[in-house]
Design a protein around this ligand. Structure first.
Ligand code: ATP
Ligand code: MG
Length: 154
């Protein structure tokens, strides 16, 4: 783990740009408030943000219509909080405890390229940067992941 100043708004905008071309029907709304620089491990931070955001984009659609996801972040002296919300397929209560397991994929997941590794890596990475991840989901309605990551400025 190596702590450096990370421009969080820039990091998320880069992630959004890299997803956009693959998911032209998804409108990604992003609002950042607060400070600009988070002291944390850039690589672990990117693992967390890119997996949660790409899941919202991937599983946030219900049919072939255009759809939206919402990303809200706030940075204080103490903590970076991230809220990623989609209105897609959702996750059943029975499946929720398994989503962080290595190689776990929902049986309903039709994305043949998905490996089930993303959230496992998020769990590892967020632990290393002393943060937390929580999820709220309603099957058929949507999903909200929240991350809280400490600002490790010494
Ligand atoms: P990978 O991220 O490696 O490409 P993956 O997306 O299948 O593959 P995870 O990111 O670990 O793997 O997610 C595990 C499973 O949890 C997914 O297969 C999907 O079924 C479910 N899931 C994760 N995020 C969401 C979401 N936002 N909405 C609905 N289901 C989700
Ligand atoms: Mg994934």
């Amino acid at each position: 783990i190596s702590i450096e100043a990370v421009q969080v708004e820039v990091l998320i905008n880069d992630i959004i740009d890299s997803l956009k071309s693959y998911h032209p029907k998804c409108k990604i709304n992003f609002i950042h408030t607060g400070a600009k620089e988070l002291y944390s491990d850039r690589m672990r931070l990117k693992i967390c943000l890119s997996n949660i955001i790409s899941n919202a984009v991937k599983y946030g659609r219900k049919n072939s219509d255009p759809y939206e996801i919402n990303i809200q972040t706030n940075l204080t002296e103490e903590v970076y909080s991230v809220d990623v919300e989609d209105f897609g397929i959702g996750i059943s209560e029975a499946e929720l405890p398994k989503i962080y397991d290595m190689f776990y994929r929902s049986p309903k997941n039709k994305d043949s390229k998905s490996t089930g590794l993303g959230l496992y890596l998020v769990k590892e990475a967020i632990h290393r940067i002393k943060g937390q991840v929580t999820v709220d989901s309603v099957l058929g309605k949507g999903t909200r992941f929240k991350l809280t990551i400490p600002n490790q400025k010494k």
